[in-house]
Design a protein around this ligand. Structure first.
Ligand code: LMR
Length: 391
């Protein structure tokens, strides 16, 4: 039977990791998969996480099972950071740990489907895995334009999708640092989005995978909090893979907001059943380390400092690109106003290919770059190569 399976292309983004590793050119530049890099091109473990991991090794007495919801100390410690001080919203909000943000999105889509959602609206372009997850779960994807040609967010398109959605439909939005464009809604646009959700039938699903990498932990949560304050129900997929640098440890959480506190246990029981059938329990280590950081004021302060350093470095890289003005046919000025790791350059697949083969510069076929892959030692080469292939 297994011989019936057709070969599948590897995930294009993940395939870049190996292509880059195999490239022997010393001046290669990795702008592919979304990991933060320092000015030296490294992706170190956060100092706060290192200390937490050391404590974990010393203090952990058992590795016995926890249950499908994972480490609830971790899940609850994140609540004030993501949702604000009174984040449990009168007992209407509850969460569980998931294997990374991908696990959280997967669970959100699966539980929405169980609740009757058959179609999910999302902005195009989006993180390619969103569409893959929807297709795999068996929910229809309905696309609207995420951005205008001038590089601003197309909030009108999102509002039209939210207002036009019927019972049995959801709208999936990126909370901040939009992947792949880096183009976020302004606070005023989030206000309008929250009002549209409040007045409509769509179930909001928010994906917050980069909190703290845009303007700050509070600023980046503005849209999420506005929507949650306005609506009766919502699902929130959260990732700590970027803002705690836990990538391969897969640290995420899914939160559900219920119409009233009495319904939260029924929702949670469905989430537990779906998680049990998919992965049974999330991996523990990373969530436990994040819990230790968030329960210790000194480690929390250290983590927030490290996050600020990352955010400021990415702002400086964005500003340097914008200061370069244009590179061939590419206007780099809009990058200064975009947020997080990613921006999309208006380059063709052929130009992306030439950047890789002729200049050892690796980026997604969509034209997405990870700005954290750039630093003082390679930014000039990047701008010159971009000019050479697009000029
Ligand atoms: C990315 O978009 O590069 C990251 O979110 C990694 C991934 O899983 O795709």
């Amino acid at each position: 039977m297994l011989d019936r399976l057709e070969p599948q292309a590897p995930d294009a983004l993940l395939a870049l990791i190996k292509l880059y590793a195999d490239d022997e050119r010393a001046d290669k530049i990795d702008l592919g998969v979304g990991v933060y890099r320092t000015g030296q091109g490294d992706t170190p473990v956060f100092a706060a996480i290192k200390q937490a991991e050391q404590r974990l090794v010393e203090e952990q007495e058992s590795k016995s099972y926890l249950g499908p919801e994972g480490d609830m100390g971790f899940v609850n410690a994140l609540i004030p950071h993501a949702f604000g001080r009174d984040g449990t919203m009168g007992g209407r909000l509850q969460g569980m740990q998931t294997p990374g943000g991908t696990g959280a999105v997967r669970l959100a889509v699966a539980v929405a489907q169980r609740a009757g959602v058959s179609r999910i609206h999302l902005g195009a372009p989006s993180w390619p895995n969103h569409a893959q997850i929807l297709a795999d779960v068996g929910v229809e994807a309905a696309m609207f334009e995420h951005a205008n040609p001038d590089g601003t967010a197309n909030a009108e398109a999102a509002l039209a999708a939210i207002r036009g959605a019927k019972e049995g439909e959801a709208v999936l939005l990126h909370g901040c640092c939009h992947n792949p464009t880096g183009i976020d809604y302004s606070p005023e646009e989030w206000d309008a989005i929250a009002d549209a959700f409040a007045g409509g039938a769509a179930l909001p699903i928010l994906d917050l995978a980069y909190q703290g990498l845009g303007h700050g932990m509070e600023e980046d949560a503005y849209g999420l909090r506005r929507v949650l304050d306005a609506v009766p129900e919502a699902l929130v997929a959260y990732s700590c893979d970027k803002n705690f640098g836990m990538y391969r440890d897969r640290v995420g959480a899914l939160y559900a907001l219920a119409r009233d506190a009495g319904q939260i246990d029924a929702i949670q029981s469905n989430l537990n059943a779906l998680a049990r059938a998919a992965w049974s329990m999330p991996p523990d280590h990373g969530g436990a380390a994040v819990r230790i950081v968030l329960r210790d004021a000194d480690l929390t302060a250290l983590w927030l400092d490290e996050l600020e350093t990352m955010r400021e470095r990415m702002r400086r890289v964005r500003q340097s690109l914008a200061d370069a003005g244009t590179a061939g046919a590419v206007d780099l000025a809009p990058l200064a106003h975009q947020n997080g790791l990613f921006s999309v350059l208006p380059v063709s697949k052929e130009q992306v290919e030439r950047l890789r083969t002729e200049h050892a510069i690796y980026m997604a076929g969509s034209g997405r770059i990870n700005v954290a892959g750039l630093h003082g030692g390679n930014i000039e080469k990047f701008v010159q190569a971009l000019a050479a292939v697009t000029g």
